[in-house]
Design a protein around this ligand. Structure first.
Ligand SMILES: [Zn+2]
Length: 405
């Protein structure tokens, strides 16, 4: 068997002819050429006979061979396409702007779904930044139908990344369970971009939207999709109660006598926990708070009661209890809870919609955790788009396989 035939079989590149190979300090360099003589336009994909000029040998990284880096080398032609003008030709082994072959990129994407950052970078011998760029190219090749089709119940969530300075807004499909859309930013404008992409017709088919109680999000939703039922995310509601409790605790610690202060020290964790999860020591701490500081204990009870109401299943019961809770919180003489009472009163229907439907962003908690882990992993990516592509690649049900022949 001739060496080029052997190499052709090993590399397994379609529509590609092997001309020869050499070694240099980067690995094995294989000279290749498309097996069709007439070049294709990289813009419209049509055959174009008119060749304008040629590039000096360009290289693409291919899958390693026996632990050796493999490069393809080819002198690309620029074609004079009657539709697109002078553009570079299309090669059968790689996407136009990529420095890697399709096979190499597929392997990277497969690993990106499963492996950690260091494993991937070390194994494939590429930087993490490059991984981001590769994922951006691979994703559209695997997205078959429009993920925005057929949406009825969605969740809107925001995630911070890059050490909390920047945000992405993520749209989750509650029915099929996966991310359908993500975009940098966390304001009404970001959400409007989503609704614009969704279009009037598909907006009109939305039945329910879960979101947190941000006024900007709410406005965007009710303008774009007035018929959709608004459900405030229960975990967001509860987080506000936790924040209020924290505020009360800090205030009380600040104003307490030195001896009472000792009783309030290190209570934060115990006060935030669900009562049935408390250890004996933590339960003792809560009991101590009950004796030493009535306001803080009142705040604790307010937080707990709100959680219990949201755990309920009957809307009319929850409605009555929530009204009672609002009155209680408003009379509690605890400023943070008075404020929260106003917020809850203003968003009552949306909060009760959770009790009626059981839908919340927390229902996709597993998914949320996954997205958060991906977001942490994405430190070092060049752009938000890379992060979004990785989220979509890992959380929208795309099955990738390793490149095997
Ligand atoms: Zn063209």
């Amino acid at each position: 068997m001739r060496a080029t035939t052997l190499l052709g079989k090993l590399l397994g590149l379609k529509k590609t002819r092997i001309l020869g190979a050499t070694f240099d300090d980067l690995g094995l360099v294989v000279d290749v050429t498309p097996s069709t003589q007439v070049p294709y336009c990289s813009c419209c994909g049509r055959r174009v006979a008119a060749v304008r000029d040629r590039y000096a040998g360009r290289r693409w990284r291919h899958l390693d061979l026996a632990a050796l880096r493999v490069w393809l080398r080819y002198t690309m032609r620029r074609v004079d396409c009657p539709r697109c003008g002078v553009v570079v030709e299309l090669v059968p082994w790689a996407e136009t702007r990529s420095w890697f072959t399709y096979d190499f990129e597929e392997q990277v994407a497969y690993l990106a779904q499963r492996a950690d950052k260091t494993t991937l970078s070390t194994l494939m011998r590429i930087s993490w930044k490059t991984v981001g760029a590769i994922i951006e190219r691979v994703l559209p090749r695997h997205q078959s139908a429009d993920p925005l089709d057929g949406l009825t119940h969605i969740g809107i969530d925001e995630l911070s990344y890059r050490r909390h300075h920047e945000y992405v807004t993520v749209i989750v499909d509650h029915v099929r369970g996966g991310v359908v859309w993500a975009h940098p930013g966390k304001n009404a404008e970001t959400l409007n971009t989503f609704f614009k992409e969704l279009g009037k017709e598909r907006c009109a088919r939305l039945e329910a939207v879960t979101l947190d109680m941000s006024a900007a999000y709410l406005r965007a939703v009710t303008e774009a999709s007035p018929q959709a039922r608004v459900i405030f995310d229960r975990f967001h509601v509860q987080r506000l109660a936790h924040d209020a409790l924290d505020e009360v605790r800090r205030e009380q610690v600040r104003e307490a006598d030195p001896e009472d202060r000792a009783a309030l020290k290190r209570t934060r964790f115990a006060l935030h926990k669900n009562p049935w999860n408390l250890s004996a020591l933590e339960a003792a701490k809560v009991a101590e708070v009950q004796k030493a500081n009535r306001p803080l204990y009142r705040a604790y009870l307010l937080k707990e009661t709100l959680a219990t109401i949201l755990d309920g299943h009957q809307v009319h019961v929850a409605r009555r209890k929530l009204h009672e809770w609002v009155d209680w919180a408003a009379r509690s003489r605890l400023r943070p809870f008075c404020r929260l009472a106003r917020t809850v009163r203003g968003h009552l229907d949306g909060i009760l919609a959770y009790v009626a439907t059981g839908l919340s962003n927390g229902r996709t908690e597993g998914l949320n955790g996954k997205i958060r882990a991906i977001t942490r992993r994405s430190f070092g990516f060049h752009s938000a788009q890379s992060l979004i592509s990785l989220i979509s690649l890992c959380c929208s049900g795309i099955t990738l396989r390793p490149v095997h022949r």
